[in-house]
Design a protein around this ligand. Structure first.
Ligand code: ADP
Ligand code: MG
Length: 639
């Protein structure tokens, strides 16, 4: 990546100041900040405080190895200072600070990886976009929502006084860098507020924002106050005790929610949380949240920054989602604070450490319990949870065999029972409703809900009043390959293999119902063989159907074969698809099939057989190899 750099002739600021251009992507982000996030502009303060807090966390972590980085100042703090006269608002920390190269890299020329990702996700909806700012590491630039000029003064802790840096930009296209002397380490961000953002100088406004967004970060946030005797004094404006260290009984729901927002940069409330302290031979605290809505990239990837923050004895160590959470719980957010892990714990160590393995299983258990509690106590809320995260939970069936018994009760499916309103059902309920004689749990997978609900494979099940689970998430077919039974009842796809519902039909036959599926004498072997000949390599077999009542034909796969919609998906992705030839089933009571049976002319017989086959594929949502041929055949038949 080339660094678009223009050295300019010395500016008025002195010979050492250099000017650099922002890269195009950074410029785009800046432009967006300035022009389209107006109504959420107070988020800038949350972002700057969050950066200051990160910097303090990092200083404390560096001090574990080398205490001298404190430079004798152990009072870690964030200061917010408003200057009415100058129209500036300053957010200052005595954290890790930045060296010149850090400044260039982090808030300077080169677009960070998050910048591109951020731009890709922009929706144009202000609220949604504001929500993305913290998630993609472009928080610093939100300063330009309220400021027409931003100055950053910083020095890396432990570096000499002469290695301070002054960064400044108006957010348009360039910034300047200049070495300065700086007595104190840490960073100071000075916002030269726009005329219409002057209300952010009000102490009252600032205090209420701090308590809304930053009350429970682990460091004091201080503002100056006039004291009758002592003049100006710094006073704490937040609670400054890491929320998870407090007893549950001292924490209000609002405080839990505001900490959640601080942690995740989410603008919406968390759905629920679990806060646990474990004491004993090993002591650790977990505070886990389930978000109310899924982040947009949930299905695609796991971002390191979205996950669990690991602390050891209150010292922030790292974002450790991958080490402490399985992939299928990647939406869980929160904090883990261990008293026993070593402060110098690395990612590698976390992976094999016995204690962290223990913490991991506790985190999994607690998360699943938390979700189960919502399922039990608030089905309506659970339905919305399931809509957001259900497809991800399903991965757990494959990924986490050890916890399968905790995961299965969480599963929900659409079903032929709740059709129309698309009510979801659970497996226990399904099994309870199974009539006498039904041995298997029936399901169908398809590309979408409608394709599943309208599949001809369901006809006989509908007719007999047997419930079928309608699955249309992409992971379903994959999950079902690993999911063989529930409470001793095997799962059976209605689109695969033989279906024998004879035993179940009996009750109704006795009650005098006629026109039973399969009640018509099965088609005779000679006809089936003739049809097979006509279709050639397209099918492995033609047989008389027990599944169909209304449709003339359907295709059926082997028990182990991949669903057609999945085969198509793989094909589209350019992947090799195992060669499978479906079975064609014909409905013995359908007029078209009778016509086939009675057709004497070989050519017309073949046309008709092909139409029945193509129809069956079409109703699976498949596309035909030769659609024009299909149309020709149908038209011949029609005229
Ligand atoms: P993020 O915080 O998500 O990484 P930001 O845009 O908020 O993204 O900040 C960009 C980077 O700038 C940070 O990752 C950090 O390296 C650096 N930075 C910002 N503010 C500070 C600060 N107060 N002290 C030290 N480094 C900072
Ligand atoms: Mg940030």
């Amino acid at each position: 990546m080339s660094e678009a750099q223009t050295k300019e002739s010395p500016t008025t600021e002195g010979a050492a100041a250099e000017t650099f251009k922002f890269q195009a992507e950074t410029r785009q982000v800046l432009h967006l900040m300035i022009h389209s996030l107006y109504s959420n502009r107070e988020i800038f303060l949350r972002e700057l405080v969050s950066n200051a807090s990160d910097a303090l966390d990092r200083l404390r972590f560096a001090a574990v190895k080398d205490d001298s980085v404190y430079e004798g100042d152990h009072d870690l703090r964030i200061e917010i200072e408003a200057d009415e006269e100058a129209g500036t608002l300053t957010v200052r920390d005595n954290g890790i600070g930045m060296a010149r190269d850090d400044v260039k890299e982090n808030i300077g020329t080169i677009a960070r990886s998050g910048t591109r990702a951020f731009l890709d996700r922009l929706s144009g909806d202000e609220k949604v976009d504001a929500h993305l700012i913290g998630q993609f590491g472009v928080g610093f630039y939100s300063s330009f929502i309220v400021a027409d000029r931003v100055t950053v003064l910083t020095r890396r802790a432990g570096d000499p006084v002469s290695s301070g840096v002054r960064w400044e930009s108006d957010g348009a296209g360039e910034y300047s860098l200049e070495p300065v002397e700086r007595e104190t380490h840490g960073t100071e961000v000075i916002l030269h507020l726009k005329e219409d953002a002057r209300d952010f100088l009000s102490a009252w406004t600032l205090r209420s924002l701090v308590s809304r967004y930053s009350d429970h970060i682990g460091f004091p946030i201080r503002m100056q106050e006039e004291d009758e005797d002592k003049g100006s004094v710094w006073q704490d404006v937040n609670k400054a005790s890491a929320l998870w260290t407090l007893p549950k009984s001292d924490i209000s729901d609002e405080e839990y929610q505001s900490f959640y927002k601080y942690l995740t940069h989410d603008l919406d409330d968390a759905m629920c949380w679990a806060h646990n302290k474990v004491e004993g031979s090993q002591s650790y605290t977990t505070l886990l949240y389930i978000p109310g809505t899924a982040p947009m990239d949930l299905m695609l990837q796991r971002d390191e920054r979205s996950g669990l923050r690991l602390y050891v004895k209150r010292v922030f160590i790292m974002d450790a989602a991958q080490q402490l959470l399985p992939h299928y719980l990647r939406f869980v957010r929160g904090v883990v604070d261990s008293d026993d892990l070593p402060l110098n714990v690395s990612r590698e160590l976390l992976q094999e450490n016995e204690l962290s393995t223990k913490i991991r299983s506790a985190v999994i258990r607690r998360s699943l319990d938390l979700i189960a509690r919502v399922a039990k106590d608030d089905p309506e809320k659970y339905q919305s949870f399931w809509g957001e995260f259900g497809a991800v939970i399903k991965e757990g069936i494959v990924e986490d065999f050890a916890n399968r018994d905790r995961i299965t009760p969480l599963l929900r499916f659409a079903s032929t029972r709740g059709e129309g309103d698309q009510q979801i059902v659970d497996l226990a309920g399904y099994v309870e409703r199974m009539p006498e004689g039904q041995e298997a749990i029936y399901y169908i997978t398809a590309e979408n809900y409608r394709a599943a609900a309208h599949s001809p494979h369901l006809e006989v099940f509908r007719k007999k009043g047997i419930e079928v689970l309608l699955m249309s998430d992409r992971v379903d077919e994959w999950m079902m390959a690993y999911f063989h039974e529930f409470e001793g009842k095997p799962f059976k796809s209605v689109a695969k293999g033989d279906i024998d519902l004879a035993a179940l039909g009996k009750a109704e036959e006795q009650s005098g119902e006629s026109e039973e599926a399969g009640s018509e004498a099965a088609l005779d072997a000679a006809l089936l063989e003739r049809a097979k000949q006509a279709l050639g390599e397209r099918v492995s077999e033609v047989r008389s159907s027990q599944r169909l009542t209304d449709s003339a034909s359907c295709v059926v796969l082997g028990d182990q074969e991949m669903a057609l919609h999945l085969q198509r998906l793989l094909e589209q992705a350019g992947q090799e698809v195992p060669d499978s030839r479906p079975v064609l089933e014909l409905n013995p009571s359908h007029a078209l099939v009778h016509r086939l049976r009675d057709e004497g002319d070989e050519a017309r017989f073949t046309d008709l057989a092909l139409i029945l086959f193509d129809q069956a594929l079409l109703s699976e949502g498949a596309s035909l190899e030769d659609p024009a041929e299909f149309v020709r055949r149908v038209n011949t038949l029609l005229t």
